[in-house]
Design a protein around this ligand. Sequence first.
Ligand code: NAP
Length: 261
Amino acid sequence: MIVSSSSAVRVAVVGAAGRMGGQTCAAVEAAEDLELVARIGAGDDVAAVVRESGAQVAVDFSVPAATEANVHAALDAGADVVVGTTGWDDDSRGRVAEHLERLAAAGDGPGPGVLIAPNFGLSAVLAMTFAARAARYFESAEVVELHHPDKVDAPSGTARHTAAAIAAARAEAGLEPSPDATQNGWDARGADVDGVRVHAVRLRGLVAHEEILFGNAGEQLTIRQDSFDRASFMPGVLLAVREVGSRPGLTVGLENVLDLS
Ligand code: NAP
């Protein structure tokens, strides 16, 4: 559904009827420098609505099965894209990066931008950043993510992103794999993300939480973050909406937009 148009940054929200999409619509409407021009839901033609609404930025909070197609459609319609939907892997990110390169090569300027953020919460982004920094100093590392039981994908994108960052830091430091004598019962050891074990808990009453566990002989470091309310994601979402237009190409992770150096 096309809502309206004006001179502020025009934003379309994909998955607008969902929990995150609804919050995003409200946050965009409350921001003076942004204007909500379209609410897009399942069954809508994303490219057509983005084009007709004149949206400059499309924000996708839909479902893992639809998000990649939505991003390609929004790019074809001329919008920059902010993605909060989880479920992205190297292949899907690679296809979006290729699409962006094609668009950049076909135009005069640097081309559009796509910002995929597995987590827009400041506490989660800081936890991931601190975990990546700590990773090289510990023999063992595992990630536990805990979410509400209505979440459809597991492990969470945040946990995958955290584990991948830990794995990269361990590889760079030349660490061996975390010690693990398991010979059977691998199902109980969680998912393997680049060699880092990730465990997913689904429990009524939870929202979004993550624990990163590091161990050495005789010591342990636990980094924990808790998101209690979806409102906590909105400052990060709005920051991404404001920044994506000046970041051509693919950016993965809100930490790249925050000054965390
Ligand atoms: P939700 O309440 O289930 O909302 C998803 C919405 O997407 C629904 O309104 C759904 O419509 C709609 N939808 C389904 N297929 C679609 C399509 N092809 N095109 C457009 N819209 C479509 O889910 P949520 O809790 O808002 O979460 C959405 C996503 O954001 C999930 O992947 C979640 O893990 C992620 N998330 C990310 C962050 C972050 O910080 N990055 C934070 C929280 C959640 P119907 O109900 O009609 O099917």
